[in-house]
Ligand binder design. Structure first.
Ligand SMILES: [Zn+2]
Length: 248
């Protein structure tokens, strides 16, 4: 699905637009003109469907020069190993989570807990050696596009949001940290942290954001920052924002 001149959704499952495997997060392709950045990689199952979406827009895996993973959960990160194998691209992730993706650590990523329920019982986390860790303010550039990193602990040990100007819009890709209407996703997992989540949301709300591209559900192209602010304001009252509607 083409969203703007240079931004596409190339995977999205049942907690989104139902385009590809049901467990896929929203994966966004940003075309830099001389190669692309893929933001999140999906779950890595039934991958022909994602490849068909890419092809429908005139792209193929070798066009992907960088994969930026917002966090290490399987529905966002498990597709990365295959894409790197096919494209030779760099794979980036928040530095506190990079090692677990490199080694396919099913305990650290909470996959072990979700097997047989959220994920198929025989699903395994593919190792993706050499994931490059990113920290606050780090940048990844491909062609005309430069995206920078904002660390967001809370939903996972330390997720990252990805920020940059594309097609004249200030874009914020938030993974599972914040969704439209100021929704969040707080699961009963060992690496969830509420207070750091609240603090990170306050920092994220200070960014000027036009377009908000979350890891599940719908995106929006204008006033994206108002959705982030809604979450930050709710946290600021000492309460927890509403859960992503698919899980509420
Ligand atoms: Zn997640």
């Amino acid at each position: 699905m083409k969203i703007t001149d240079h931004i596409y959704i190339v995977a999205s499952g049942k907690w989104g637009f139902g385009m590809t495997h049901e467990l896929d997060c929203n994966a966004y392709l940003v075309d830099g003109g001389d190669g692309c950045i893929l933001i999140d990689a999906g779950v890595g199952l039934d991958t022909d469907r994602m490849d068909e979406v890419l092809a429908s827009h005139g792209f193929s895996l070798p066009d992907i020069r960088a994969v930026m993973l917002t966090h290490y959960h399987g529905d966002h990160a498990c597709g990365a190993a295959r894409i790197r194998e096919a494209s030779g691209c760099d794979v980036y992730a928040p530095s506190p989570e990079a090692e677990a993706i490199s080694t396919g650590d099913e305990e650290a990523t909470s996959l072990a807990l979700a097997k047989g329920s959220l994920y198929p019982a025989d699903f395994s986390y593919p190792r993706c050696p050499g994931v490059i860790g990113l920290n606050e303010g780090d940048e990844v550039a491909v062609g005309d596009v430069t995206l920078s990193v904002r660390m967001v602990p809370g939903h996972s040990l330390c997720s990252m949001a990805i920020y940059g100007a594309v097609d004249g819009k200030k874009c914020l890709f938030t993974g599972d940290s914040v969704f439209v209407c100021g929704q969040v996703l707080i699961q009963s997992l060992k690496d969830v942290s509420i207070f750091p989540y609240a603090q990170a949301m306050k920092r994220l709300a200070e960014l000027e954001t036009d377009a908000l591209f979350p890891g599940h559900g719908v995106f929006c192209l204008e006033n994206g920052g108002s959705h982030v602010k809604a979450a930050a304001d709710r946290f600021a009252t000492g309460l927890i924002p509403p859960q992503l509607y698919y899980f509420a």
